[in-house]
Design a protein around this ligand. Structure first.
Ligand code: PLP
Length: 386
């Protein structure tokens, strides 16, 4: 039977728009060709200004994990005390990255399906002084959203000297944030809410973060050192590591699409889509991995209901066979459910096809559902806009 390639509905990579993909097919030119120098300079300036950063937006080849490492390495030294908050698998990854750095570290961990709260962070910071706070905006293993705005307000009011580092890999470009909320490091990568192929990391650093780096001795790392990249981001004619020319063009096109949609519209769309996806999957009988009040706008994590008729791998294989690639769960949720990404350049067609594929998989696996009902639930959200 003829079949199109399945929709990429894992939480990264996300569907890549044709015009973004086309940038990868362009003839590659040198990083110091004036045409590329001009493009990449405009891009880093755009990234800085759109997210109201008073410092620098770094665009560096690598994955999100590289951006996490770059973010913390440049503002921490052995004499710092760092509080790392984890809401799940990727928060734990930041704990692992930080635990190698030799500074004094403490952790706050949320129960799976919940976020560390602003009150808990406040309590911890009131006990002793921390130089740096690290947290995850959207935790991709549980689909939990950190109340970032509220956290930033609290930090500014009570702990203005503590630097704030946010893993925004599954949020930046899809969920509200601005550096002038009081964020010092925010980071993401190309294959999540920007909707590009994997390969680029983006790290926003506040002026305060840049100053901290400049007050520190040389890093043990070289590739990710801000000091090496600052001259390049200020003047893209300069060289440190060869920029991923075609990927940078892809990012430029992704930013053009974001501007065309409008940031506010884009954030509202992600929240609407998430609501529709959650309602549809709940209608099929699945349970949310994230508890009420914690659900995020960029992906949905669901757990199988009691008595669900298929095993995890078989069910996801069937969804794949029906035309949508969804992801398995991680950590405490592994084997108990699946994850659907709906971040980046996703529209109603993609969402409808995904829910339809999940419905067909349910039917094929013998789960008693009424065909089209969950789809109807999604459709109502998409049309009513609420
Ligand atoms: C995907 C993801 C990462 C890791 O990014 P890679 O590109 O796979 O290295 C880190 N944090 C969060 C929140 C993520 O969603």
């Amino acid at each position: 039977m003829f079949k199109r390639s399945p929709l990429v509905m894992v939480p990264g990579p996300t569907p890549v728009a044709r015009s973004i993909q086309d940038q990868l097919g362009r003839e590659t030119i040198s990083f110091n060709d004036p045409r590329f120098v001009k493009d990449s300079q405009a891009l880093v300036n755009d990234l800085r200004d759109m997210w109201r950063c008073d410092g620098i937006a770094f665009v560096v080849a690598g994955s999100g994990t590289m951006a996490m490492e770059m973010g913390i390495s440049n503002i921490s030294s052995k004499s710092d005390r760092v509080l790392v908050c984890s809401n799940g698998h990727f928060g734990d990854r930041y704990i692992d990255i930080c635990s190698r750095k030799g500074f004094e570290m403490e952790t706050l961990k949320a129960k799976w399906g919940r976020s560390v709260t602003v009150e808990e962070i406040d309590r911890k910071l009131s006990e002793k002084k921390f130089d740096i706070l690290v947290a995850t905006h959207v935790e991709t293993s549980t689909a939990v959203e950190l109340p970032l705005r509220e956290l930033c307000n609290m930090m500014r009011e009570k702990y203005p000297d503590t630097l704030v580092v946010i893993d925004g890999v599954a949020s930046a470009g899809g969920v509200e944030f601005a550096m002038d909320w009081g964020i010092d490091i925010m980071l993401t990568c190309s294959q999540k809410c920007f909707g590009i192929s994997p390969g680029l990391g983006i790290v926003w650093a506040s002026q305060r973060a840049i100053e901290k780096r400049q007050s520190m001795p040389p890093l043990t790392e070289s590739y990710v050192d801000f000091e090496k990249w600052i001259p390049v981001m200020k003047d893209t004619m300069k060289y440190w590591g060869t920029p991923a020319v075609n990927m940078v063009w892809s990012l430029m096109e992704a930013v053009r699409i974001i501007k065309e949609e409008g940031l506010g519209e884009r954030y509202a769309r992600h929240r609407l889509h998430a609501k529709g996806m959650r309602s549809a999957l709940e209608d099929l009988g699945f349970k949310m991995g994230a508890e009420e009040g914690f659900t995020c706008p960029t992906l949905t994590v669901v757990l199988y209901p009691d008595g669900f008729c298929a095993d995890d791998a078989k069910f996801r294989d069937t969804v794949y066979d029906e035309g949508a690639h969804v992801a398995g769960c991680l950590g405490e949720f592994a084997g108990k459910g699946f994850r659907v990404g709906h971040m980046g350049n996703v529209d109603a067609h993609i969402l409808v096809s995904t829910v339809a594929a999940i419905e067909r998989a349910c039917m094929r696996c013998g789960w008693k559902i009424e065909p089209g009902r969950a789809l109807g639930v999604l459709q109502k959200h998409l049309v009513s806009g609420a």
